[in-house]
Every structure is written in C-alpha cells, then in structure tokens.
Design a protein around this ligand. Sequence first.
Ligand code: ADQ
Length: 533
Amino acid sequence: MQHVTDERMTPAAVGSHHLVVVANRLPIQRVEGRWETSPGGLARAMLGVLRSRHGAWIGWSGDVEEVGDAEVPFDVSGATARRLELDDIEMISVPLTADDFQHYYESVSNGALWPLFHDAIRESTFDADSWAVYEAVNRRFAEAAAAAAAPSATVWVHDYHLLLVPAMLRAMRPDVIIGFFLHIPFPPQELFMRMPWRESILDGLLGADVIGFQRSVGADNFVGLAKRLRAAEPDEHGVRTNGESLGDGRHVRVGTFPISIDVDEVERIARAPETIARAREIRSRMGDPETIFLGVDRLDYTKGIDLRLQSFATLLDERAAGRVQDSSSRRPIVLVQVAVPGREGVDSYVEERRIVEQLVGDVNGGHASIGYPVVHYLRRSLALDELVALYMAADIMLVTPRRDGMNLVAKEFVASRIDDTGVLILSEFAGAADELTQAVLVNPHDPDAIVAAMHSAMAMSAPAAAHRMREMRRYVTGHTVDDWARSFLAALGEVSGSRNADDTDHHDANDAAPDAVDPAPAAAAGLVVADRG
Ligand code: ADQ
C-alpha cells in the first residue's frame, strides 16, 4: 500500500524513526505510475527490519530535478512530497540536480572513488569542484538523517557515495548510533594515499560507531590507514580515535560483515515448475549445447567480462584446432553473457561497452554458424525469475571480476542449484572467494588460468561437482542477507548497550546530570532531543 505524505502538513513525523537507513538510492521504483518497493536483496533484507522498527530509508529517487524544484518526486495522485510511506516504511527523498548528479555521482563516486577502490584498474579523475559538490550532497544526506532519527536512534549508512556522512551526522546528532557499511573493497594503503581527499574520507568514516567491510583485508587496510594518517590506536575490535576533531578516545568498531542474498527467494523461484520448464526451454532453444557457460554482470570494467570472452575465444580456438581431447562431441559449447549497462556518463563505461561488444562480435564472427551463435549477448536487466532460470540452465558459471567487494551473482548461482549440479568458476579477487572456497578459484588476470579453469570445470566428474556444490549451498543457506543485516545491527546494538552503561556509570560516579546532546543542530533540524541517559 502506498501513502503519500506532504511534510508541510505533518511535521510531527519528523525525528521519530528508531532505525534509519541512508543509501544513495531509495529502494523504490515506479510501476505504471505507482511507486513500489524495488526487489533487490539488500532492500528485501532491510525492509523487513525497518518495518519492525518504525524505520525510514533516506536516498535519491533516481530522477534528477531542476534547481528550485522543491516538491518532486512523489507526484502520486496529484499530491507532491519528499516523503512517501510504502509498506509502513517512510521513504525520504534527497533531491539531486543534474549538476549534483554529474559531480557527486559520476565524477567523484564513479570517476574517482570506484576505480581507486577497485585496484585502480582505471585511472581516477580527481576534480576539486566535484569534490565540493560531493561534500555538499553528503551534508544533505546527513541533514536528512539528523531530521529523521529519533533520539538515540540507529542510523545505518551505506557505501562509497556517502563516505562523509558518519562524521557529519555525528556533529549534528551525537546521540545517535551510527553504522557504516562499505559494499565495495577498501583499497591498500599505497592506492588510498593517491586520493587528494584521503584525510577527509578517513575523518568521515571515523565518525561512525561501527564500520563494516566485506573482507577482512578491507578492514585491515582501513585500520592501517587510520593509524598512519589519523594516529588512531588499533585494538582487537577496531580503533580508538586520537585528535580533537574526531572526539579524542572514541572507540570505533571495525569489522567484517560479508553480505549475502535472499536465499529463500532464490530457492523458491528455483523450485517453481515454471522456472524448471523455462530452464529446459532455454537449453533447447540454444540447440541443446554440450556446455553452457554463463556470465551475469553489470557492464562494468571491474567485472572482467572482456577477460572471460577472450578466454572463451581461446577455448573455442583450441577445440577448432583439435588440441582438446573432448572436442569429438559435435554439440557446441556456448557462452550466455547478460550485461546491464549503466554509468554511461563516465567515459570508461562507454569504452568498456565498446570493448565487450567488439569481442562478442569477434568471437561470434570466428566461431558461430548460421542460426547458432556461440556467444548469446543480452545487454539488459532481467527479472530475478528469468535470471534463476538461466542459472539453472547453465553448466558453468563464470564470475571473473578483476576486483569485486563481494559478488552476489556467485551466491545467487549457488542458491539456484537445488539439485547440486553445476560448477562455479570464481575470481580470487571477489569477496565471495573467501566463503565459496569449493568454487574453481581463478586468477582472472592470467588468461591461461581462466582457460585452464574452464577445462577443469568441463572435465569435472558429476560426483565431484555435486560435492562442491553441496558444500557451497550449505554455506550460502547458513549465511543469508537476513543474517548479515542482523549481525551488523547486533554490533550497533552492542554500542548502544555500552553507551547506556557508560552513561549510567558516569551518572552514578559523579551524581551529575547525564550528558545532554548538543541541542543546536537538532533544533535546526526541528527536533526536540532528550538526554542520552
Ligand atoms: P554490484 O557491483 O552491483 O554490487 P553484484 O554483487 O554482482 O554487484 O550484484 C549485482 C546484483 O545485480 C545481483 O543481485 C544480480 O542478480 C543483479 N544483476 C546483475 N546483472 C543483472 C542483469 N543483467 N539483470 C538483472 N539483474 C542483474 C556492489 C558491489 C558488489 C557487492 C554488492 C552488494 O560491487 O561487490 O556484492 O554491492 O554488497
């Protein structure tokens, strides 16, 4: 059910949320003129907890706005507002103009941070004017969070678009518990040091109470940098800040929280008779190939789509030249590559699409026959049920990113293989490699290694493949996105508990009034803030 709120008429709703999620995008989409929650795994995991804790989600709606266009985006039923209640969760939109979008999203987030945090696979562009906009937009998100959060609420900030929000929010609302989760890798010190805004970023993050990373290597990189650049003192659970601007001696917990998927949803789709029939249909429409390789990615240079296409071409060349023993089969081997384009305002994404599409053309040009392409290339987003049917139709899943925070496609593939068949080839440089250790792990930077992994996956006996898949399924089933969200919130809950205990101790020891939060920013946000104790 959707319900539009015009905040000009309902100011009482401000500042009442006990759990606030802050992310670049709102988890909503417009379907036939109506706003609905969008179905991603993160959204599904968070919406459940948000609903149960009177939550709000702060983010951008996805539509750029004109300067001064104060009342979009929720133009439903003739009413307009910045807030929309969907399924008992308040969606609060942070407006972005086309200029904001270009500087904050394209230039800094995806032109500077994204490549640097992914091993500097592409050169970052550092533009001081864009950084000023990034700061301004981060402040807007922090202000929205400060205005939405109830006294002592929990605020969970997500990802590289919002690295400055934790410290900004702490300055406005010292009473709230702040978590930050980074979905992408956190780079090694040598690379991070290139960033002109390196101190600001560390200060921004150190404003949080808990900082979560996908892999322990990211957490270690962060702690090392906080020590080196901010004189933070590492301990078993994180760091203690050191410096006036950061609040001397404040503890920041730093941990590893590998994200996962909605396993129940994927399994439910995989068990549905329509999906099983669709998987069979996909195979037969491709001429019942001997082997179907599958890749599913955003069209991003980090994902290594080009690397796998090159290795696939080598595999086909070897078979054509008769250098491979099992090439006696007349049935073809094919690769299905699904790629969703995006970020095309950034040059490197336009370039990546050109590279990938040229390779698809080259491989098909050299190896296809009439009516039988060897690479089936779909440049679009597919619904989850169609994706699951593809995961089930495939024999070998190719997940070969040059670097990836986690890679949820690998986990979706595993969750889909309810009959324990199929082989996963997985890059060592994806976060998922720490967990899915029964995959055929590969160094994607080594073309021969990808070809060798393809051969070994094709040659793997059914019992060996079933053993590996069973192990991986057991792992994924026991580590769902709900478990991930719960564990991060539990870490925040511990901070909240220890703060309350500290306040009680302080109160008992000094017999003084509990610390009051700085009322100025809260008052600016239209809030009445209670004492912390
Ligand atoms: P992404 O880089 O977007 O996420 P990923 O983890 O692979 O990467 O998630 C992609 C999601 O998009 C999956 O759920 C997948 O099903 C979906 N998807 C991909 N291609 C699709 C297509 N053609 N059609 C429809 N859906 C498609 C960032 C980090 C990752 C990290 C996630 C979550 O870069 O490393 O795993 O966040 O933290």
